[in-house]
Design a binder for this molecule. Structure first.
Ligand code: PGA
Length: 236
């Protein structure tokens, strides 16, 4: 079973998000894929109540929850509305809102305490990739986000090279495979009930088959391509 996460970012309005949700809800159920829709946070609750069988993920949450926190998205809103997953540490949240690995660590813990499955994003910038320091960079990110003393429940980890997001560029399959092996090895130093490793960055209809054929890959996190109905209908 492979995770397919549709990260609609802020590309779509409510009607478009409803339309894609409807298409997802009509797909015949399959054991091959776990389809998760991640609409703009503002639409999540209405989409979930309209299509209760779909699985939804929030695109972020805040550490400051209920109370005097203007603009916050409280984790209780996810819990109470059966939004089961939450994307954390996406590179756009990191760059637009100054999110750090330490914040991602705290949000991961907050999600797990509340039984929300975190989809934790990591990935190296182009400069690091070019200087062949990707593994060193990813290891540092993992060390900051996860604690060796914790017993983690199920976590989804998305490897998204920053230079690949929204650019049409992807690493070679052999490079992704090499990183998957590396990540699995490092993660052995931590305790997870289950850890699923995904790839994200310029996944589309022409490369998804090859990417999903990687044995150690548990799925993909897809941005712009996932806003097209033709892409969603692929997962029958
Ligand atoms: P992209 O985005 O598929 O548009 O490159 C991926 C992501 O940001 O998760």
């Amino acid at each position: 079973m492979k995770y397919i996460i549709f990260n609609w970012k802020s590309y779509l309005n409510i009607a478009e998000s409803m339309n894609l949700s409807k298409i997802v809800s009509k797909l015949p159920s399959t054991k091959k894929y776990k389809l998760i829709c991640s609409p703009n946070n503002f639409y999540n609750l209405s989409l979930k109540s309209r299509y209760p069988k779909n699985i939804y993920a929030a695109q972020n949450i805040d550490l400051h929850g209920k109370g005097a926190s203007t603009g916050s998205i409280d984790i209780e809103d996810l819990v109470n509305n059966k939004i089961k997953y939450c994307i954390l540490g996406h590179s756009e949240v990191r760059s637009n809102f100054g999110e750090t690995d330490l914040t991602v660590q705290k949000k991961t813990d907050l999600c797990l305490i509340n039984k929300i499955k975190p989809i934790v994003c990591i990935g190296e910038p182009l400069k690091i990739y070019k200087s062949k320091k990707t593994k060193f960079f990813l290891k540092k990110q993992i060390n900051k986000i996860f604690k060796k003393s914790n017993n983690y429940e199920e976590v989804v980890l998305a490897y998204e090279p920053l230079w690949s997001i929204g650019t049409g560029l992807t690493p070679k399959l052999s490079e992704i495979d090499d990183i998957l092996g590396f990540l699995s090895k490092i993660l052995e130093n931590y305790s997870f009930k289950k850890i699923n490793i995904l790839y994200g960055g310029s996944v589309n209809l022409s490369n998804i088959k090859d990417i999903l054929s990687l044995q150690n890959l548990n799925g993909v996190l897809v941005g712009s391509a996932s806003t097209k109905s033709s892409f969603i209908k692929h997962f029958k």
